[in-house]
Design a protein around this ligand. Structure first.
Ligand code: NAD
Length: 497
C-alpha cells in the first residue's frame, strides 16, 4: 500500500508514522493509499525547516522568486493531466472539472509571477525639510496553510504561490482525505527551483493543525474549510498572536425573478447545484423562485437532471462523480430523509443511486426538493452534496431579506432581465461575491476571493491583492540624509516643519 509522506526540505520524510489515515477512491469505495498523520515533533520538524530557509529566501531577489514562479507555472501547465488524474482518483470529481480546478490554481500562480510589481511601496519626497517617507512591504516569516478536501489542488494554490513569491516560507497541511495532488505540486515547485524548506507539506489531522496554531514560529495562518473548524482556527490562532484568515462554509442562494431567461436559469441551477456533486463552497444549494417562477423553472430543472451522466470521474462523458467518503454519503442521504420528514416536496430522489459496477462507491444521485421553507434543516444547514432546494417567495424584497438573514454570505446570484432589479441586488445583498445571470461568481486571480458573515473570519480575502497584503507587512521609513539639521534636544512631538 502506498504511503503518502510529509515533504520536508524538498524530499519525502522517511520517518515511520505513529498514526496514519486511509485515502479512498470514492468511485469504488476502495482504499488507494495511506497517509502519514504528523505528530507534534513532525510538525516542529517542518516548521524548523521553513524557519531555517526563511532568511535566505527573504533575501533572494524578488525578480528571482518571480522567475521561479514562471517556471512553476509552466510545469503545472505541462503536468495538468497528471494533476487532474490524481485529483479525480482521490476526490472523485470528473477529469474535466479537475482540469478546471488546476486551471484556477494556475491563474493565481500567474498573478504571483507579478510579485516585483505587487510589493512596490510608496514614496513621498520632502515631507519635511530634507526628509523623505517611504513604505516597504516585507514577508512575515513562516506561514501555514490548512486546506479542505474539495479543492485539493486549487485551494493550496490560492495560498503558497503568493506567500512564497512574496518571500515567506510555507508549511501546508492539506486535507488528509485527498493529499496526493498537493505532493505532486510540491515536487513541481522544487523542480522549478525553490530551495529546500521554502514549501513543506505536513499531513495529518487536528494534532497537526493545533500544533501549527500554537507554534511560536508560525506568524500567520490561512485556513479554508468548514465553519466550525474555521472558528476554532481563527480564535485559537489570533489568541496566539498570529495573523489569521479563515474562509468557511456556505449556503449559496440563487434568486430567479419571473422575467428571467428560464432556460439560462435552469441550466445555471443544474450546473451550479450538481457540479462536483455539490461539494463546492460556491455551489448553489437554494433557488429562491419569486412569484410564479418556480412553476416554470422546476420542470425545466427536472428535465435537465434526467439527462445528467453520473459516473466515475475518469469515465468519458461523466458529468458528476461520487462524494468524498462513505460517512459523507450517509450524512447527505440523512438530510434527504430529514427533508421528507419535515414536509418538503421531494421531486427527485438521489438516495440509493450507484452506477452499475460501482455499488461500493460513495454515491448519491442528484436530488431536488420543492416547497422548502427556511425552518427546515435542508435549508438551514450546509449539506455539501448534490441536493438542491427550491424555496418559493412572494416578492423580490422577501427573497433579498431571506439571503440577508442567512448567517452565511459566501456567494449568491440573481437571474433577471431587469437591469434595475440586478442593480438593487448588487447594492442591497449582504454577500461577498455576487453573480448577475451567472451562478458561480468566483473572481479571477487578479481579484480577491472572500465571503462575508460566517463564510469568512478575518480582515483579508484570499489571493489577488488581498493575498499580497495578508502575506506581507508594511514598514514605513522616515529618512533624513545626508546633512541633518541639528536642532538640539526637543521633547515635543515631531511636526512637518
Ligand atoms: P474541514 O473543516 O473538515 O477540514 C478542513 C481542514 O481542517 C482539513 O485540513 C482538516 O484536516 C482540518 N480539520 C478538520 N477538523 C479539524 C479540527 N477539529 N481541528 C483542527 N483541524 C481540523 O472541511 P472539509 O470537509 O475538508 O471541506 C469542506 C468545507 O470547506 C465546506 O464547509 C466548504 O464550504 C468549505 N470550503 C470553503 C471555501 C471558501 O472559500 N469559503 C472553499 C472550499 C471549501
Amino acid at each position: 500500500m502506498e504511503l503518502v509522506r510529509h515533504w520536508i526540505d524538498n524530499q519525502h520524510y522517511d520517518g515511520v508514522p505513529e498514526r496514519r489515515g486511509e485515502v479512498y477512491n470514492p468511485a469504488t469505495g476502495l482504499v488507494r493509499a495511506e497517509v502519514a498523520f504528523a505528530s507534534v515533533a513532525e510538525v516542529d520538524a517542518g516548521v524548523a525547516s521553513a524557519s531555517a530557509a526563511f532568511p535566505g529566501w527573504r533575501d533572494t531577489p524578488v525578480t528571482r522568486r518571480a522567475k521561479i514562479m514562471f517556471e512553476f507555472r509552466d510545469l503545472v501547465d505541462k503536468h495538468m493531466d497528471d494533476l487532474a488524474k490524481l485529483l479525480t482518483a482521490e476526490h472523485g470529481k470528473t477529469l474535466d472539472d479537475a482540469r478546471g480546478e488546476v486551471t484556477r490554481g494556475l491563474e493565481v500562480i500567474e498573478f504571483a509571477t507579478g510579485m516585483p510589481h505587487l510589493v512596490k511601496g510608496e514614496f513621498s519626497e520632502q515631507v519635511s525639510t530634507g526628509v523623505d517617507t517611504y513604505t516597504i512591504k516585507q514577508p512575515l516569516g513562516v506561514v501555514a496553510g490548512i486546506t479542505p478536501f474539495n479543492f485539493p489542488a486549487m485551494v493550496p494554490m490560492w495560498m503558497y504561490p503568493i506567500a512564497v513569491a512574496a518571500g515567506n516560507t510555507f508549511v501546508l497541511k492539506p486535507s488528509e482525505k485527498d493529499p496526493s495532488v498537493a505532493m505532486l505540486a510540491a515536487e513541481l515547485l522544487a523542480e522549478a527551483g525553490v530551495p529546500p524548506g521554502v514549501l513543506n507539506v505536513i499531513h495529518g489531522d487536528k494534532v497537526a493543525v493545533d500544533r501549527l496554531l500554537g507554534h511560536p514560529d508560525v506568524k500567520a495562518v490561512s485556513f479554508v474549510g468548514s465553519t466550525p473548524v474555521a472558528r476554532h482556527v481563527y480564535s485559537t490562532g489570533t489568541a496566539n498572536g498570529k495573523r489569521v484568515q479563515a474562509l468557511a462554509g456556505a449556503k449559496n442562494h440563487m434568486i430567479v425573478l419571473p422575467d428571467a431567461d428560464m432556460d439560462l436559469a435552469a441550466d445555471a441551477a443544474v450546473s451550479a447545484a450538481y457540479g462536483s456533486a455539490g461539494e463546492r463552497c460556491m455551489a448553489i444549494s437554494v433557488v429562491v423562485a419569486v412569484g410564479d417562477a418556480a412553476d416554470k423553472l422546476v420542470p425545466m430543472v427536472e428535465e435537465r437532471m434526467a439527462k445528467l451522466s453520473i459516473a466515475p470521474g475518469d469515465e468519458p462523458g461523466a458529468e458528476m462523480g461520487p462524494l468524498i467518503t462513505g460517512a459523507h454519503r450517509d450524512k447527505v442521504a440523512g438530510y434527504v430523509d430529514a427533508g421528507v420528514d419535515e414536509g418538503a416536496t421531494l421531486v427527485k430522489d438521489g438516495r440509493g443511486f450507484a452506477p452499475q459496477g460501482f455499488e461500493d462507491g460513495f454515491w448519491v444521485g442528484p436530488t431536488l426538493f420543492d416547497n422548502v421553507t427556511t425552518d427546515m434543516s435542508i435549508y438551514r444547514d450546509e449539506i455539501f452534496g448534490p441536493v438542491l432546494s427550491v424555496v418559493r417567495s412572494d416578492s423580490y424584497e422577501a427573497a433579498i431579506k431571506m439571503i440577508n438573514d442567512n448567517p452565511w454570505g459566501n456567494g449568491t446570484a440573481v437571474f433577471t432581465n431587469d437591469g434595475g432589479a440586478a442593480r438593487k441586488f448588487q447594492n442591497e445583498i449582504e454577500v461577498g461575491m455576487v453573480g448577475i445571470n451567472l451562478p458561480i461568481p468566483v473572481p479571477l486571480g487578479f481579484y480577491s476571493f472572500g465571503g462575508w458573515k460566517d463564510s469568512n473570519y478575518g480582515d483579508h480575502d484570499i489571493y489577488g491583492p488581498d493575498g499580497v497584503n495578508f502575506y506581507t507587512r508594511q514598514k514605513v521609513v522616515i529618512a533624513r540624509w545626508p546633512e541633518p539639521i541639528h536642532r538640539g534636544v526637543d521633547l515635543g512631538f515631531p511636526t512637518n516643519q
